[in-house]
Design a protein around this ligand. Sequence first.
Ligand code: 13P
Length: 260
Amino acid sequence: MGKKLIIGNWKMNLTIHEASLYVHKLADLVKIHQGVEVVLAPSHLALQPVSLQINYRQFKLAAQNFYWRDEGAFTGEVSAHQLRGLVQYALVGHSERRHIFNEHDKDTRHKVQAAYRNGIVPVLCVGETVSERVAGETRDVLHDQVTGGLANITSEEAAELVIAYEPVWAIGTGNNASPTEVRAAAKMIRTQLKHLFGEQVAESVRILYGGSVTLDTAASYLSIQGIDGLLIGGASLDAHVFSTIINNTHDQLKGIKERR
Ligand code: 13P
């Protein structure tokens, strides 16, 4: 089990004040672990104040969304160019963006490119709906979302990429995917990456699982071969729960190392 990446996606939760209290609490509870990279994804509003509060050795930041043009007359939007230097990661194609805000693979493709252009690592989110799973279309959906999102990027860029497998039916529902389903999906994604960029790049892409992850289920996903971390929604909003997931991950890694 190599280094793990754990991202807390706060979605449209926490005011600036609440975000500040949360980060203060989390910083006390989380130790700095070499083997665990922790990333917080607050709302755009809280990004800047949180950036002044955190120690970047302890936490990194991610944007939940952005518009792909660098600047211009796009009222209400924030660009990757404006987020440059503030965040190290950005979510792209989250299922809530795809299904509530009608974003398509064309949008995710533009966003992936804009993130790279601005020195931000994209976290491309992919996953099938329940009806697609029932119809046996999971492989095709993942294929289309991975291929559609990654057109026109170089192998060097792809090697840095993070992909989050988040089945739509598992997000915020309590119906988390089984480790067997997650392992199979991660394998499909890596096979597709191998076709696109070759074996070496496919192996270096980090693949995360997200969807109703809890304190009780986190460890079982982290021990799946081919899963490099977690994208956590609801459970990341409680500083105590989130810090316990992070510290447990460290203990899990340490236990494996010691048994070797
Ligand atoms: P939940 O953990 O609340 O299911 O959310 C998952 C998610 O969408 C993270 O991006």
